[in-house]
Design a protein around this ligand. Structure first.
Ligand code: G3P
Length: 222
């Protein structure tokens, strides 16, 4: 499963990219607005950082227009920022229309704000590269976000759709684990969840013991 960071924060992206296992970054207007630099400059900077460590890593840049014509205009500008930019488009009829056009032109897209399996079916039919179901936001309103991931996996497998299942709005390491068990293609997560995936108290305890034992052994040798 691919791991993306869901952030526009350069420091976080730098730290994660340096580890060498980052496959991409997703941004959205809310995340970009937090960073205080121009959208285009931020996307270019992120692309530079992630591709330095992984030449195939992608950066998602979201359109603001709500009509297909406007989205296509934005997509053509954004895709010129870097060859690894993927255009993020909202799941509305005009968005699906834009995705269908972009897919014919081989421009990669990520259809965002997906809250139902029928929406995911429409995105796949339009040739979306990625579909982004928002699990955390569904959990927040009392639905089961991960059930949506299961439904999309089943539909895409039934018809052999190539659209990649990218789980978004992740709130816990358990969301990542369950997504991997379901067979999601990608999980995009805040940096704090990425960090938490490394943690286990027995790893810390075990390492401490190994190092203590090594020190004692070195002392004995002298
Ligand atoms: O980037 C889209 C998605 O991951 C947003 O997550 O936490 O704002 O629901 P969240």
């Amino acid at each position: 499963m691919e791991i993306f960071l869901d952030t526009g924060n350069i420091e976080e992206i730098q730290k994660a990219a340096e580890i060498g296992i980052l496959d991409g970054v997703t941004t959205n207007p809310t995340l970009v607005a937090k960073e205080g630099i121009s959208f285009e400059a931020l996307i270019k900077k992120i692309a530079r950082i992630v591709t330095k460590h992984n030449p195939r890593a992608i950066v998602n840049a979201e359109v603001i227009s709500t009509d297909a014509k406007g989205m296509l205009k934005e997509a053509s500008k954004l895709s010129k920022l870097h060859k690894n930019v993927v255009i993020k488009i909202p799941l509305i009829p005009e968005g699906i229309k834009a995705v269908a056009h972009l897919s014919k032109r081989k421009i990669r897209t990520n259809v965002t704000l997906c809250f139902s399996a029928n929406q995911a079916l429409l995105a796949a039919k339009a040739g979306a590269t990625y579909i982004s179901p928002f699990v955390g936001r569904l959990d927040d309103v009392g639905s089961r976000g991960l059930e949506l991931v299961e439904e999309i996996r089943a539909i895409y497998d039934n018809y052999n759709y190539k659209t990649k299942l990218l789980v978004a709005s992740i709130r816990s390491p358990d969301h990542v684990l369950k997504s991997a068990l379901i067979g999601a293609d990608v999980c995009t997560m805040p940096y704090k969840i990425f960090e938490k995936m490394f943690n286990h108290p027995l790893t810390d305890k075990g390492l401490e013991k190994f190092l203590d034992d090594w020190k004692a052994y070195q002392k004995k040798k002298r």
